[in-house]
Design a protein around this ligand. Structure first.
Ligand SMILES: Cc1cc2nc3c(=O)[nH]c(=O)nc-3n(C[C@H](O)[C@H](O)[C@H](O)COP(=O)(O)OP(=O)(O)OC[C@H]3O[C@@H](n4cnc5c(N)ncnc54)[C@H](O)[C@@H]3O)c2cc1C
Length: 421
């Protein structure tokens, strides 16, 4: 396996890093001022987006781009360091039109949308003119098992009609959010894995109501993690994505690349935490020495370095597999990196907050917010336990294959000594 970035990726990364240093970091204070006032900082965002587009730093996550669309072609392995770089400033992914959930929605629309759906939804999303959300989870069912989702979709003449309740729908409070991709159960379907359809629902459709923006760990995200109710929401028959009943399979397909994106952004955030931890350990003094002289602080620093590097290698391996063998072949790897990086983020950020003392818990550093995001990552896109189960079942499957029909594999490794003659 070769994880060295291609010349194209290396050049893009250099441009991206320069953009982050010269334009994004100097905008942090402005962004925060608007955010503290509860206003989405479009005035900060949009001029940056215009410059990013001009420099070809646009839609970088797309593995393949159609002729005539803005952006530069990269694959998952090439995208990984770019996502790590953007991850350091969580809102910056939107500057480059690379933020979730739009990136996953764009990939779905690219694969499954009809020409009319592409013109109406995909093109403005690719241009960054509108935003979208992905509505799967529901308050009334354990959403880590999406076969249970209860929101209904039924055909009525030339329309589909939806009824149900969704929650934690990221992006639904964004001022430019115009589209919800809604996963809903078809009436009368029998097979649990083929009973959901994906509907393209304009956010201003009568009957669709964003009821609240749910705070996560006491923080209300400007783009929102929203509760949405759908009451007799009618959409034209041609606003289904893909075939009726194919929604579950599409939702699964959407998650693989998204997990590489989340994982690499997470690694960027862990790297930032480690850098800040080291700076603070060198600068702060207690009991006649530097904080960084204490053995336990050095252990935290060393463990963080090693764990970040291990996690990065795992993510690059998953990206490499996706590029070489396809997303389906990397399904277990995608679960593994989702789990490993989410847990890593809470661990490394926790150490960094401890090194900073009380200041680490305040908004004066990005640490507390990044810790909370790590905590959320352990649930969103599936809880840790579901990903552990995926990895374990895969290992058990391999063990079953190794054992074969009737020759116990274990016995080969535990030879019974012949009795002395
Ligand atoms: C910040 C944030 C943003 C989100 N954004 C979105 C979004 O944009 N769109 C969307 O649709 N959803 C979103 N979600 C919801 C998220 O996808 C769900 O919370 C997640 O899938 C888990 O579903 P649940 O909350 O219903 O937990 P449940 O399914 O009720 O699970 C609860 C707990 O049960 C245990 N458990 C479940 N299954 C197993 C198992 N197989 N083995 C062992 N233990 C198990 C786990 O400990 C799990 O945490 C978001 C969530 C958060 C926190």
């Amino acid at each position: 396996m070769d994880f060295a970035p291609s010349p194209n990726a290396a050049a893009l990364l250099a441009r991206l890093q320069r953009f982050m240093d010269d334009l994004v970091l100097p905008s942090l204070a402005d962004w925060q001022r608007w955010a503290d006032a509860g206003v989405y900082p479009l005035d900060v965002l949009q001029p940056l987006q215009a410059q990013a587009r001009e420099l070809g730093l646009w839609n970088l996550f797309l593995p393949t781009l159609q002729a005539g669309q803005p952006g530069t072609r990269v694959d998952h392995l090439d995208y990984a360091p770019l996502a790590e770089c953007m991850g350091r400033v969580p809102w910056s992914a939107e500057v480059f039109n690379c933020s979730a959930p739009d990136s996953g929605n764009i990939e779905l629309l690219q694969r499954f949308a009809t020409p009319a759906q592409r013109t109406r939804w995909l093109d403005p999303l690719l241009r960054g003119e509108i935003r979208s959300c992905f509505a799967m989870s529901e308050p009334d069912v354990a959403s880590s098992d999406p076969t249970q989702l209860a929101t209904r979709i039924a055909r009525d003449g030339e329309h589909w009609v939806l009824n149900g309740r969704k929650w934690f729908i990221t992006g639904a409070a964004h001022p430019l959010c115009r589209l919800a991709l809604v996963l809903a159960r078809c009436e009368g379907a029998a097979d649990a894995h083929a009973s959901h359809s994906m509907a393209l629902v304009p956010l201003d459709t009568p009957g669709l109501q964003v009821e609240r923006n749910i705070p996560v760990m006491d923080h209300q995200a400007l783009e929102g993690h929203c509760e949405i109710v759908l009451r007799d929401v009618r959409i034209p028959a041609d606003q289904l994505l893909g075939e009726p009943g194919s929604g579950f399979a599409m939702a699964q397909a959407r998650l693989g690349p998204g997990r590489v994106h989340h994982a690499m952004r997470s690694i960027g955030q862990c790297e930032l935490a480690l850098e800040l931890m080291c700076e603070r350990a060198l600068e702060r003094r207690a009991f006649g020495g530097r904080i960084g002289d204490f053995a336990n602080v050095q252990d935290w620093i060393a463990h963080s370095r090693l764990e970040i590097d291990q996690a990065r290698l795992l993510v690059l391996q998953a990206a490499w597999k996706m590029d070489r063998l396809g997303n389906a072949a990397a399904r277990v790897d995608a679960s593994a990196i989702k789990l490993v990086t989410a847990q890593l983020q809470t661990r490394v950020l926790d150490r960094a907050m401890q090194v900073f003392g009380a200041m680490g818990l305040t908004p004066d550093t990005p640490l507390a917010r990044l810790w909370s995001w790590g905590r959320a990552l352990r649930l969103l896109d599936g809880p840790d336990e579901v990903h552990l189960r995926t990895v374990a079942r895969h290992e058990l499957g391999r063990a079953k294959t190794r054992r074969g029909g009737n020759a116990p594999y274990l016995r080969r490794w535990m030879p019974v000594a012949e009795p002395p003659r």
